[in-house]
Ligand binder design. Structure first.
Ligand code: UDP
Length: 240
């Protein structure tokens, strides 16, 4: 069931339920895409109708981070839990490895997707990586053709938001993949170029703080994130 979090529909699922739902999308004919909204997505979607439309058009939208869960609570429409995009991706990867499915990695700086592919093949024996492409290209057409020729079951699109969501909605069907997932900086994590917060920090809902300590230049981007809570309180008071 979807919850309306400040104009963006978010699925109220646990991680396991979200993975099950992703697997079920894979068994259905046609193209499907998954989005992983965090507070930054929801704040930008507020003033960006196209982005909002694409988020709401997704087959599955998981709450990536505690900020979305707090906002949901303040709105009076609580969500069960956060579902970090990268955890969701790992659940899908486990299923793909067990069933021998193929994956295409799109995004990040040149060389990163190759390294991520190498590490993922190691971690998930049975997973087939049928192609990679960096995320700094000018024209979509040749990239779409390359993906189509590779014939993946699943496509990870890691171009940052809102680029990756708009890209999936516009080009997804043409790629021939059955499932695309917008995963932000996940290829950097899979490649080992960016370190994820230790599990303790993740469990405490402090992954954002760890990331800020590691990448202090994100302070400008992150400083506005508490606004999602202000917006949620405002919306609740207005009775929305
Ligand atoms: N990126 C890309 N093409 C672009 C802009 C960004 O491939 O035109 C990549 C970037 O290299 C990084 C990812 O998109 O790997 C987005 O990272 P960001 O930290 O913004 O995402 P988050 O993890 O916050 O969702």
């Amino acid at each position: 069931m979807k919850r309306d979090i400040l104009g963006v529909g978010i699925d109220d699922l646990t991680l396991d339920e979200a993975v099950e739902s992703g697997i079920s999308l894979l068994s259905q004919p046609g193209f499907h895409y998954v989005v992983t909204p965090n507070p930054e997505f929801i704040l930008s979607a507020k003033n960006d109708e196209a982005f909002r439309g694409v988020l709401n058009g997704a087959d599955l939208a998981v709450p990536d981070g505690v900020g979305v869960v707090y906002a949901a609570k303040l709105l009076g429409t609580p969500l069960k839990t956060k579902v970090p995009g990268i955890d969701f991706a790992q659940g899908i990867l486990r299923h793909m490895a067990a069933t021998g499915m193929s994956l295409f990695l799109l995004g990040a700086k040149p060389g990163v997707a190759e390294k991520a592919a190498e590490n993922l093949t190691h971690t998930y024996p049975g997973l087939r990586i049928c192609g990679v492409h960096d995320g700094y290209f000018k024209e979509d057409g040749p990239v779409v053709e390359e993906i189509k020729a590779a014939g993946p079951d699943v496509l990870f699109v890691c171009l940052g938001a809102p680029k990756q969501e708009l890209w999936m909605a516009q080009n997804g069907t043409e790629t021939g993949a059955r499932l695309a997932i917008g995963l932000g900086g996940s290829l950097d994590v899979f490649a080992g170029t960016v370190e994820r917060a230790p599990e303790k920090w993740q469990k405490m809902g402090m992954e954002w703080l760890y990331r800020l300590i590691k990448e202090p230049k994100r302070i400008g981007r992150m400083a506005k994130l508490p606004l999602i809570l202000v917006d949620a309180v405002g919306a609740r008071l207005r009775g929305k």
